[in-house]
Write a protein that binds this ligand. Structure first.
Ligand SMILES: Cc1cc2nc3c(=O)[nH]c(=O)nc-3n(C[C@H](O)[C@H](O)[C@H](O)COP(=O)(O)OP(=O)(O)OC[C@H]3O[C@@H](n4cnc5c(N)ncnc54)[C@H](O)[C@@H]3O)c2cc1C
Length: 446
């Protein structure tokens, strides 16, 4: 029996944090002597697999997210950026976006689920290019592409036109490939509204440092993806490590090891995830990648009251290998972690997290996809349809699902909307992309 008021504090409103809060809410239904608080930077939950369609405008950007306050009945939500954790006094300090006040939140149990950030540090100069991780990235990409088409349509200088319509994606993992797939469809659709731009004017280059695309995907399916994207005109540079990305007259110059350079107005780093910078400040044990080392129960090493899950945690599987950084894992970790917090409060034994990947899916644009579910491999339209249906049902609340279905239906009937929502003046840009510098936004725009 729970004997005193417990404060369960969750940091991060992504897959790990939100689903832990939701499970705790259910488990604590009859325990009014415990309260759950969730702190996150944004007041919404982002369904990351839908970010690609938000970036092309198939989905209204707001429909790829769900408001956090509507997801809970008893969980308290605090919108704030976590600054520090004082493990001795069991307090967390956090600042609201745009405000200078500091909130001090205390806890009995702390759950850290702050995810990661795009690993731009592996390519010199990549901190000046775009990323594809948060909602603002998708909003930015759509408006930026439309702005480039407007400019290219009136441009007479062939070199400038070529630079405006060149798109370089660094990284051939799931995010890079799905992004390229969606771009091939989006950019091709855009050409229909711009009489002086043809399909052949658009250049998309994908650069992958290793020999394989989408390492976690079945090889046959990955090869299929590469074949159909090549047929759509994407140039793949395999085993190619970008040496450096420079800036010249407002364009990016991507330098490859063979001396080749790619000049493009748009470069997107899809170079994987690295540890959230917040973790550097925490005096907890970490793995070589900077993620929090946990026991199989998701308790942080050497702690009895601090837990971690999702992309910011290194949780060992039964063979001692960390689980991959995927939403499908974070969702399942959340359920076990919530059970373990309850067990810990009641003095019961904790359970290890054990999960075998169900499969991997990717959408490739143009109604095509790839999926491996258990041992069944699917490709083409059926895989794309399964992908869409699965993530539609993963989105919390029917309110959002209906809006998504309406967007998809409209996208089938009408061409892409080419209205550019030009909110990228200096002040708005820095507000929309916390952590981004004005310089970085400007270089991405020009
Ligand atoms: C474009 C894209 C597509 C993807 N597609 C798939 C897919 O199809 N299938 C799949 O399994 N996985 C996919 N992933 C990976 C998946 O999104 C992650 O593994 C998952 O989001 C991890 O969940 P998380 O809760 O650990 O982190 P996140 O979902 O990243 O959530 C972290 C949360 O913490 C908040 N936060 C961070 N720092 C602070 C701070 N200092 N203060 C307050 N709040 C903070 C963030 O705002 C965010 O809300 C995709 C990822 C991307 C980027």
């Amino acid at each position: 029996m729970i004997v005193s008021k417990r404060k369960l504090l969750i940091l991060g409103g992504g897959f790990g944090g939100v689903y832990t809060a939701r499970h705790l809410e259910t488990l604590l239904k009859r325990h009014h002597d415990a309260e759950v608080t969730l702190v996150s930077q944004y007041n919404y939950f982002l369904m990351t697999p839908l970010l690609f369609e938000a970036g092309s405008g198939v989905l209204e950007a707001r429909h790829a997210v769900s408001p956090l306050r509507k997801l809970f009945s008893r969980v308290r939500f605090v919108q704030a950026d976590v600054q520090e954790v004082d493990f001795e006094h069991r307090t967390v300090s956090a600042k609201p976006p745009g405000g200078n006040e500091v909130y001090l939140l205390d806890y009995t149990h702390l759950v850290i689920a702050v995810g990661g950030v795009t690993n731009t540090s592996i390519i010199p100069g990549a901190d000046k290019v775009s990323t594809f991780k948060v909602l603002a990235d998708a909003i930015f990409l759509r408006n930026h592409a439309i702005e480039l088409f407007e400019r290219a349509d009136v441009e007479n200088d062939p070199r400038t036109k070529q630079r405006l319509l060149a798109f370089v994606i660094a990284g051939g993992g799931l995010v890079g490939i799905e992004l390229v797939g969606e771009l091939t469809e989006f950019l091709k659709n855009l050409t229909r509204s711009y009489p002086r731009i043809n399909d052949s004017d658009i250049h998309i280059d994908l650069i992958e440092g290793g020999p394989l695309l989408m390492k976690e995907m079945d090889r046959g399916l990955a090869d299929y993806a590469q074949t159909i994207l090549t047929q759509r005109g994407v140039r793949f540079h395999m085993n190619t490590r970008v040496q450096r990305i420079d800036q010249e007259h407002g364009y990016h110059i991507v330098r490859l090891p063979n001396g080749e350079t790619l000049e493009a107005a748009t470069v997107i780093a899809a170079t994987g995830v690295k540890a959230n910078p917040l973790l550097d400040k925490l005096s907890l044990e970490k793995d070589p990648k900077g993620r929090l080392l946990t026991e199989p129960t998701m308790l942080c090493k050497g702690r009895k009251d601090v837990w971690a899950l999702g992309d910011c945690a290194s949780i060992p599987d039964p063979q001692g290998k960390p689980y991959p950084q995927l939403a499908q894992h974070a969702l399942r970790e959340a359920r076990v972690l919530a059970d373990n917090i309850m067990a810990s409060m009641k003095g019961r034994p904790l359970q290890p997290f054990i999960f075998e990947t169900l499969g991997t899916m990717a959408a490739l644009g143009h109604y095509k996809g790839i999926a491996k579910v258990k041992n069944i491999k699917i490709r083409g339209f059926v895989a794309w349809w399964i992908w869409r249906s699965y993530y539609l049902l993963q989105m919390p609340r029917w309110n959002r699902r209906i809006r998504i279905m309406a967007d998809w239906t409209i996208a089938l009937l009408f061409k892409n909307d080419i209205v550019e929502l030009n909110v990228w003046d200096k002040d708005r840009a820095t507000q929309l992309r916390p952590g981004a510098t004005v310089e970085r936004i400007e270089s991405a725009i020009h």
